[in-house]
Design a protein around this ligand. Structure first.
Ligand SMILES: [Zn+2]
Length: 698
């Protein structure tokens, strides 16, 4: 249920989005914000920002770092403040009114930024500064910030002629509208689909935790009985455990057909137009295609480097997956089944295969992964590595009763304030699927010592009232992953907002998050926190060892479903204009080229690939997770080599060079500062178990 009040309360004249937020820690007064407040607040904030920009651009003084770059860094604060609240709500607790405002505002905001980023007078000032950068006497951080502005303006088209600029503006605005439509279509398809389970026969195979989760999902929707939804944390365990092959097929089809139902919410047309417009945009900016444009400003630098990495990992991963497929087919036959393994069977038979090979049962470990204890485990790791403490805050307003808030400090209790951490962990109908980190306020020192307010949003299936929520190991990994991003935001220690926290290249930003996942898999952490939710007993040592030994089980599948999405993303964005495509045929062709096994579906099919088509944050950049994994596999080895996974000297270096450094350095330089060199993919191949021989037979 939403915290948002019905529209009639908007008749009160006061708009809290106009006020200084004087409540606890300056957190937005969520309880007083209603959707109707956003239109007027946006209008005022956009006008204010425009005036600030006009003043900076028209300054009669010659350009200086202070009157141009620092001034830009201080501008647009109201817009940012409102945007942070709005985007948080649209993602984590939306409703029709907010979605309508989003449709209206996203092209307007895109137009607003494009106008700034292509402002000729402004660019001239930045360009003048950049040309004389060595004579300005700037600090290393200031130099980097200037450089980022210059690159950003150049990449936005500030140096183009006016006809090209005009076309670019139209493209950007249209892309913003399409991105919003795309995400709203996915959300609509997710909300429209529920699979009701009637009676014991339809619950067959589901362990207790899953029965409770589907019951809680039904309750949340005001339905009596049991409901499977299209959230990943509902779909995946259902596919893993349900004995009902027919129902598995139904839920699987619902999941992979999101955004692809031939109805009003079908995203294929949107994809075709977005791919075409992105290609055209890249060409206007002087690049062969969108992937070249995108990667020019990433750590990878060019698509060829990405394809090299994906190819290197694809072949052994695919072979491993095919071996597992054959073993599962043999299992089916051995059980007297007379059918070919289909994509909706994979997780089910993988679970059976795991029980045989690893003597390891997902349902047996689940009681040991109590959400509250895993949150504690994430905090414990942060204390051991970085000396942080986390104290619950109950006085801070939030957007939903499920949200929890912690005060983060250096040291125990009375140390320096680091920031606030918000955890919004449970799935609900008003939340889009997936898991992400975002912020209500970023760290900076320019406008005073501003402490960050960092948010993690997840979609864990909530237990019934009064029961503890139990996570799968994958869910626990997701929690650690997002918490790693959160630390990147919380530990940020830079002066300028431009480079604060996670403002780094997309293929570098997954390093702090994926690296953090390693600690969840360590015996020291599991022994302390993987405790039975009823008895409080630690996981039996032998089960713990089996859990760790099984960590690479089914890695072929996980790698194949991921790389397939990364390749199709890169293919879509490697088209030269005019880039006219039929997205469905294109997807099929792309998958055929790499030899995608029929029994495996992409992790994200294009029609619901939010990473790539909503906002475009990961367009031509979904490979980033694997690129960052090359780094995280190698970075964790730095701890292992010392013989102490919490080695203080290594942890300090990690904090200084990566977690607190934001985008203060080029990513390759930042990594070298931590590790002394760049890594090869070998550590990744070892981590995923592809350096070892495959398991023979069932
Ligand atoms: Zn991430």
């Amino acid at each position: 249920m939403s915290q948002i009040k019905p529209p009639d309360s908007a008749s009160t004249p006061a708009n809290p989005l106009f006020d200084d937020w004087t409540g606890p820690d300056g957190v937005p007064p969520f309880d007083r914000i209603v959707p109707e407040h956003f239109r007027p607040a946006y209008a005022r904030a956009l006008a204010e920002h425009e005036a600030e920009i006009a003043a900076i651009a028209a300054n009669s003084e010659p350009p200086s770092f202070a009157n141009t770059i620092a001034a830009l860094e201080l501008s647009g604060r109201a817009l940012e403040r409102i945007g942070n609240v709005f985007h948080l709500l649209v993602g984590a607790d939306s409703n029709d009114a907010l979605l309508e405002i989003e449709r209206e505002m996203s092209p307007r905001i895109a137009r607003h930024w494009n106008k700034i980023n292509t402002n000729e007078a402004l660019f001239r000032r930045i360009d003048t500064l950049m040309r004389g950068v060595e004579k300005l006497g700037l600090s290393a951080e200031q130099k980097r910030v200037l450089e980022r502005y210059h690159t950003g303006f150049r990449r936005a088209g500030a140096a183009l002629d006016s006809a090209a600029k005009q076309r670019l503006a139209a493209i950007i605005e249209r892309l913003a509208a399409l991105g919003t439509a795309f995400s709203q279509n996915v959300l609509a398809d997710e909300q429209a689909f529920t699979l009701r389970l009637e009676g014991e026969a339809e619950l067959a195979g589901l362990p207790d935790f899953m029965r409770e989760a589907v019951k809680a999902d039904a309750q949340e929707r005001g339905i009596d009985g049991y409901v499977v939804t299209l959230s990943r944390s509902s779909v995946e365990p259902f596919l893993q455990f349900s004995d009902r092959r027919d129902l598995r097929e139904k839920i699987f089809r619902g999941f992979v057909k999101r955004g692809d139902n031939g109805s009003l919410t079908d995203n294929k047309k949107n994809i075709a137009e977005m791919v075409r417009l992105r290609a055209e945009r890249a060409k206007l900016l002087g690049y062969a295609d969108f992937a070249h444009y995108r990667l020019d400003d990433a750590m990878a630098k060019a698509p060829a480097a990405v394809r090299d990495l994906l190819d290197t990992v694809w072949s052994p991963a695919r072979l491993r997956a095919l071996d597992d497929r054959d073993a599962m087919q043999a299992l089916i036959q051995a059980d007297g089944g007379n059918f070919k393994l289909e994509p909706w069977d994979w997780r089910y038979y993988a679970e059976k295969l795991r029980q045989r090979r690893c003597n390891f049962d997902e349902a047996a470990i689940k009681p040991y992964f109590n959400l509250d204890r895993i949150i504690e485990a994430a905090f414990y790791t942060a204390r051991r590595l970085f000396g942080l403490s986390f104290t619950p805050r109950t006085d801070v307003p939030a957007w939903h009763p499920d949200v929890r808030v912690w005060q983060v400090r250096d040291g125990d209790g009375d140390g320096n304030e680091v920031g606030l951490f918000f955890g919004d962990y449970f799935a609900r109908a008003s939340k889009r699927s997936g898991a992400w980190m975002t912020s209500l306020r970023d760290q900076e020192k320019l406008k005073g010592d501003i402490r960050p307010h960092i948010v993690n949003v997840c979609n864990f299936a909530k237990a019934l009232e009064g029961e503890p929520t139990l996570l799968s190991f994958e869910d626990a990994r997701t929690l650690f992953h997002e918490f790693g991003h959160a630390l990147h935001g919380l530990l940020s220690s830079v002066t300028y907002p431009k480079i604060a926290g996670t403002s780094v290249a997309t293929d570098f930003v997954e390093l702090p998050s994926q690296l953090y996942e390693h600690w969840l898999q360590q015996p020291d952490v599991l022994r302390r926190f993987a405790r039975h939710y009823q008895t409080g007993e630690a996981m039996p040592e032998e089960l713990l060892q089996r859990l760790i030994a099984a960590r690479n089980f089914n890695k072929g599948f996980a790698t194949v479903e991921y790389i397939a999405s990364a390749v199709v993303d890169l293919d879509f964005h490697s088209l030269a204009p005019p880039a006219e495509i039929d997205p469905a045929a294109f997807e099929t062709k792309s998958l055929r080229r790499i030899g995608m096994p029929d029994e495996i579906a992409m992790r994200h099919r294009p029609p619901h690939f939010d990473h790539v088509f909503t906002g475009g944050g990961y367009a031509a950049a979904y490979y980033s997770y694997m690129w960052s994994e090359v780094l995280d596999a190698d970075a964790f080895a730095a701890f292992e080599e010392t013989g102490d996974i919490f080695d203080p000297a290594t942890a300090k270096r990690l904090r200084d060079t990566i977690y607190s450094a934001g985008g203060a350095q080029d990513p390759a330089d930042a990594y070298k500062a931590f590790r002394g060199r760049l890594p090869s993919p070998d550590a990744l191949l070892r981590k995923r178990g592809f350096a070892e021989p495959a398991h023979a037979g069932i």
